[in-house]
Ligand binder design. Structure first.
Ligand code: FAD
Length: 432
């Protein structure tokens, strides 16, 4: 079968196998060759791709729920969307959620995903108490901060390269309703958006849309979205209908003129300040999930998302250089997102570090790769790194400089025989 990540680049021929029990996976691992878990395929690049993949979606049972502590135990193929459908009506929500609910618990741990509250709550692993991990030998290890901590810290953010997460136990947060009180502020440039992120540091959720094609004094013009849970005593699920993109849009649809025009209108369509409007949390957290197959928008050739983080003291200068370079190349898209991260955790390969992160979608085209190489240089010069869950072309050098934990991770992989059994196209490229 043909398989790709969310960016639909690259597509590869693969042999995919579905399993329902750990015993079936154990037998499969005895066969020669390497493999990687492919869950809901929302990683953009090649981190869930190999010639042989294990589909995890049939590991989809909720095993236990503690109704006063909000602790769930479930199999790793359960999606965040399924958890929300079950637990939101009971007054519980995820502590940490990325910008899509169509990912699995296994994918959330393996990428150690972050949300709009990283500055206050950290990565997904912060709410994980423990999980069971199947090693190359088929042996299942319980992993937590106290039991097998080396495996725990390598697996959270380890992109499936340490083994198969079978089930996980993690905490949900109690919430007062399924509504968010949202404040929106329009910002003129990078300095202004930075000072607003800092001024609203105590706000639970913050994220900004950024116009990546703005130039000169407008560099960094953006719209800041702030959110707090609010008490309406209603715990309803989202009812808004979703649309679907039925076919690939032609490749020429997104070009520097159409994107500049869109960004201009989007920016000016927002008033300079909207305070405290009530929105359903589905609208606040998952606006893109409303459009099924929105990844077809970039045409048949696919797209990639370039997500970087800079340490705080280097963020202003680094982001200015990045945005200037993108605007002069005229290659960005309408999807540019800026977030503030809090302190980094102890996991070997987790992406966030204290500072600012920028994510921008790019249609795959010939001249893109030279631009991204330039951006890599700016990232390294400013002490930053790139997110593995979005990556499809990072070099070994960029990886190693960005992730000092790589050596410890690699040593563990060698010691446990993981290098012979669990690999993705990405891990082979990065030589990890
Ligand atoms: C619209 C959109 C918005 C997003 N927003 C954010 C965001 O705000 N923050 C963020 O951090 N990420 C974000 N992402 C990225 C996404 O959250 C991650 O890529 C996530 O890992 C995808 O999970 P998945 O279940 O689809 O896993 P896949 O994409 O199938 O796999 C991702 C990785 O997890 C591994 N894996 C999956 N399941 C297991 C398992 N059971 N055992 C071992 N390894 C496993 C795979 O091998 C692979 O390396 C976004 C993605 C999209 C499409």
């Amino acid at each position: 079968m043909k398989l790709s990540g969310w960016g639909r680049y690259p597509h590869i021929q693969t042999e995919g196998r579905w399993f329902e029990t750990p015993a079936q996976v154990q037998n499969y691992l005895k066969q020669p060759g390497d493999t990687i878990v492919h869950a809901l395929g929302r990683s953009y690049g090649d981190s869930a791709l190999n010639e042989r993949v294990i589909f995890s979606r049939r590991f989809d049972k909720i095993l236990a729920f503690h109704p006063t502590a909000g602790i769930v135990q479930c199999e790793s193929g359960v999606s965040l969307s399924e958890l929300i459908d079950i637990f939101l009506p009971q007054g519980w929500f995820l502590y940490i959620t990325p910008g899509t609910k169509f990912i699995t618990v296994g994918g959330a741990i393996a990428s150690d995903v972050h949300g709009k509250n990283h500055h206050k709550a950290g990565c997904f692993s912060a709410c994980v108490l423990s999980f069971d991990l199947m090693l190359p030998s088929g042996k299942v290890m319980v992993c937590s901060r106290e039991v097998n901590p080396e495996l725990f810290f390598a697996t959270c953010g380890g992109m499936g390269l340490t083994g198969i997460i079978l089930n996980a136990t993690f905490k949900l947060q109690p919430i007062p309703s399924s509504y968010i009180r949202e404040t929106i502020i329009r910002c003129r440039n990078l300095k202004e958006i930075f000072s607003l992120f800092e001024a609203y540091r105590q706000t639970t959720y913050s994220v900004a849309w950024i116009d990546c094609l703005a130039k000169g004094e407008d560099i960094g013009r953006s719209i800041l979205f702030l959110g707090e849970h609010t008490d309406t005593a209603r715990f309803d699920l989202a009812t808004a209908k979703s649309l679907s993109l039925p076919v690939d849009l032609p490749g020429f649809f997104l070009n520097r003129y159409s994107v500049s025009l869109f960004n201009h209108f989007y920016y000016h369509a927002h008033p300079s300040f909207i305070e405290g409007r009530l929105v359903h949390l589905d609208t606040f957290f998952y606006p893109l999930d409303r459009i099924g197959y929105w990844n077809r928008m970039y045409g048949r050739g696919g797209f990639t998302q370039y997500q970087l983080v800079f340490p705080k003291e280097q963020s202003l200068e680094g982001l200015h250089a990045i945005l200037q370079r993108i605007a002069s190349a005229g290659l960005g898209s309408f999807l540019g997102v800026l977030k503030l991260f809090g302190p980094q955790n102890n996991n070997d390969l987790s992406f966030p570090m204290e500072g600012y992160t920028l994510a921008i979608d790019f249609k795959i085209q010939k001249k893109l790769f030279a631009l991204l190489d330039d951006l890599d240089r700016i990232v390294l010069d400013h002490g930053g790194r790139l997110y593995l869950a979005k990556d499809v072309r990072m070099t070994r050098e960029v990886f190693r400089k960005g992730y000092p934990g790589w050596a410890r991770f690699e040593e563990l992989r060698a010691k446990q025989g993981m290098k012979n059994k669990f690999n993705s196209l990405q891990s082979k490229r990065l030589g990890v």
